[in-house]
Design a protein around this ligand. Structure first.
Ligand code: SF4
Length: 497
């Protein structure tokens, strides 16, 4: 029995979902999309599926994928959709459809605790009382957690800078030096990902994996038979970030800080190491000053024309080379120094590549402001590496979103990812936007960075909140903005929702 012929038994008017879910209504577009995905899975093909809001896309790809019994990777752009898939859609479908299997989320390494870095942070001398409090919190949690995933650690703000000192980010990992009983969480988490039938990741992790494979440095994700990209319209830009690179002042400041820690812990006699850390710190500062204190984006041409910027970046690179020379004979003194040697080499190499890149397919650009800069190298097109990896991995590839086409053509999206051979289908939203929606665009809002921006936005939205008697969905671009709005609304909104 083909996969396609099974769809009606699940999504049809008398199907299993209709029997299990009150108020279920058959949506023709959802059924058609599920049947198309089923065909694509059986052909190991590629599909670009644009389905308007309200089509029920997730069921359309999950049902045939689950029924196939094959290994699936679902990649999304947002955490909200990941949560919806893991806690709602997949359990419901498994339950209703009687399909057994496991689904897991795998996040980037920076989301998991590195017990070794926690230990190092706990031995740092300069910890303040506040830092100690947070380290103790993490330490207590470490004894209870199974996966070391920071999202479980509700007591710590998700943006707290302390996490960057204890997370399992690749550039700080010294796996060779860690023994098996060090309590590292990451291998276990990766194994769970390997064993799951459905693995949910975000586009950032998928693209990081793609970049590693492309550079021949291994992989993070297991291979699958079916790859689904929901919210796929964001994929080309994210892929471009990962197939390029960036070096920021923040990373270089962290390097200096870690060199100082390593000097004290592992080679206190090597005073030239402390001198080198100060020299790099100084060159970083001088380069930042040369870029100026105003927030600015530089093209390569503008950067090249600025003699001071160019010269001071060269000096910074030379200073990193000197640091490498000093670190090299010290690598057998300890794990920290050995890892720093590799990290410094990587930064020096990236800055060198950035200064000398000549490919027409790469754009070099800089973001800068007072005490902050980031050198970026972004490929113009990721079509070649993306299609190369798609060919190498094989299987079925499904890209879906409410917005993939331009004037009913998928050419732009397909061209960006090298998907010229993919089938394309489009389903309109079941909503009647002309009757059910209005667009309201208030004029005269201040700059989003203005201190009273949220207050003014809420004032502009106030008539709508009143009209809907509070039944409104307000979407913010940051948690901070959301919290600010919550405080204002709780002071002024008196109508019960
Ligand atoms: S293997 Fe890497 S991430 Fe795990 S504890 Fe060791 S250093 Fe940390």
């Amino acid at each position: 029995m083909s996969l396609k012929s099974q769809i009606d038994a699940y999504l049809g008017a008398d199907g299993r979902i209709a029997q299990a879910v009150d108020g279920y209504q058959v949506r023709q577009a959802q059924v058609e999309m599920a049947e198309t995905v089923a065909d694509i899975i059986e052909q190991d093909g590629s599909l670009l599926a644009e389905a308007g809001t309200g089509t029920g896309k997730t069921f359309s790809y999950l049902i045939p994928a689950l029924l196939s019994g094959q290994k699936v990777i679902v990649s999304t752009a947002t955490k909200t959709l990941q949560d919806q898939l893991l806690t709602k859609d997949i359990p419901l479908l498994m339950d209703v459809c009687g399909i057994s299997g496991t689904a897991r989320v795998l996040k980037g390494r920076e989301n998991y605790l590195c017990p070794q870095r926690l230990e190092i942070a706990e031995t740092a001398e300069q910890n303040t009382k506040e830092v100690w409090k947070k380290l103790n919190l993490i330490h207590d949690w470490q004894l209870k957690t199974r996966n070391g995933d920071k999202s479980e650690l509700q007591a710590l703000d998700e943006n707290d800078p302390i996490w960057s000192k204890v997370c399992a980010r690749m550039e700080f990992c010294q796996a060779n030096e860690c023994s098996g009983d060090d309590g590292c969480f990451y291998p276990g988490v990766k194994q769970q990902a390997q064993d799951a039938q459905i693995l949910i990741v975000n586009h950032h992790l998928f693209c990081a994996d793609l970049a590693l494979r492309e550079q021949g440095f291994g992989e993070v994700l297991p291979e699958a038979d079916i790859y689904v990209f929901d919210e796929a319209h964001q994929l080309p830009d994210i892929a471009a970030q990962f197939l390029g690179f960036s070096v920021s002042r923040y990373q270089l400041d962290e390097l200096v800080r870690d060199v100082r820690i390593a000097y004290k812990k592992e080679a206190p006699e090597a005073s030239e190491l402390a001198d080198q850390a100060s020299a790099v710190e100084d060159k970083v500062r001088v380069f930042n000053e040369a870029l100026g204190k105003w927030e600015k984006r530089w093209t390569w041409e503008a950067f090249e024309a600025s003699k001071a910027s160019h010269k001071t970046l060269e000096l910074l690179r030379n200073q990193l080379t000197q640091l490498i020379e000093v670190l090299k004979p010290l690598t057998d003194k300890g794990k920290l120094l050995s890892a720093l040697y590799k990290r410094t080499q990587e930064f020096e190499k990236q800055i060198g590549s950035w200064l000398t890149a000549s490919s027409e397919n790469q754009i070099r650009w800089v973001e800068s402001s007072q005490a902050r800069f980031k050198l970026n190298l972004t490929p113009l097109s990721v079509a070649d590496p993306f299609s190369r990896q798609r060919d190498a991995l094989g299987g079925a590839w499904i890209f879906t979103s409410a917005t993939l086409s331009v004037n009913h053509s998928f050419d732009y999206f397909a061209h960006r990812l090298g998907l010229g051979d993919a089938e394309t289908r489009q389903w309109d939203s079941p909503f009647d936007y002309d009757k059910q929606a209005v667009i309201y665009h208030p004029i005269g809002l201040p700059d989003p960075k203005a201190p009273d921006y949220i207050k003014v936005c809420l004032r502009a939205a106030w008539p709508l909140l009143q009209e809907s008697q509070g039944c409104a969905f307000l979407l913010f671009t940051s948690h901070r903005a959301l919290q600010e709005a919550k405080v204002i609304l709780s002071e002024h909104w008196t109508v019960p929702c």
